[in-house]
Design a protein around this ligand. Sequence first.
Ligand code: BEZ
Length: 400
Amino acid sequence: MKKSQSGISRRRLLELAGAGAVSTALPFARPAIAQGAAIKLGVMLPYTGTFAQLGEAITNAMELYVKQKGGSLAGRAITFVKVDDESEPPKAPALATKLVQGEKVDILIGSVHSGVALAMSKIAREENVPTIIPNAGATALTRALCAKNIFRTSFTNTQVGLATGRTMAAEGIKRVVTCAWKYAAGDEFVQGFAETFKAGGGQIIKSIDVPFPNVEFQSALAEIASIKPDAVYVFFAGGGAAKFVKDYAAAGLKASIPLWGSGFLTDGVEQAIVGAGDGVKTVLHYADAVDNPQNKAFRAAYQAATKKAADVYAVQGWDAMQLLEIGLKAVGGDVKKRDQLYAAMSKASFASPRGPFKLSASNNPIQNFYLREYKNGANALVKTAVTAFADPGTGCRLSA
Ligand code: BEZ
């Protein structure tokens, strides 16, 4: 049977595609460019459910990056093997095992949901597979559970909360109600927010939890209306974020109680919240209008390739490939030289569409955070709220 450079038969690749584990960068397509077996990237992301669009944006950007490089990184063809994790943590161990032990992927990439990433990373640590987290912010993964093989191109949930609390306190806001999905991420977005918001003189008068991935917000909105805080701080993302913003406006709260959130509230859902979202303020490590040549080129290429506007999730996917390429170049494409690969990745510093990107000692991005205001279908950049802001990485002993 005819074999590809990866040693996998063309028939096997097509079987994987049919089974939902889709290989999109076929290594045998470019034999003259990439030498040796293809590097397999095992991608564990949500392609269904409330975070489906987030998983798609990350994937689109990763594939676009590799395509721009002619299908190879550091001289090695790249193959994507994708699985839909459905943002369901109980399914994550089996999926990660399938990728690592079944498909024998060289690199693991995932996920969006913190609970899925926590389960996936346990296997990644045990198997010492080079792993890049392109979204999930579970704070422990780059604190107490940090590992030399685990890298993040996104954020910690706490880091985003800390940056937002600080920004809202600086705006003079005093009495806030928080509202977030009740799972690891929502809890951490609120904890981080509380720390800096209170330190800046603010007060949290009520914290409302909504079970994940519930999008029934009426009782939360009724409670907010009766409390009448100075502002509301929320964490929702994807389909749930769009629904919350629309429900908040429909409940008549928008004019009287300013709505704030981590930027996931309005990122990637710009077209779904036209009108309803006007005036919503958010803090995030990305804004469409970040003024650097990398962002302009990235947004234009992404728009041309996907017919969609780039968002923060796409940026994180793009940077996952930038980070990987730096590591692969350092080892001449030999992914088995793991310690050298990790050393190069942990020292990586590059120009991201989000602004300057480098990793902390616990392998989490040190990055700018932007204050944005949604208006007329877009998140306008108001100002850089915090420059080169790091999660403290408390409990990580990597640098010791
Ligand atoms: C998380 O679960 O970590 C997460 C999901 C969506 C957006 C941001 C964080």
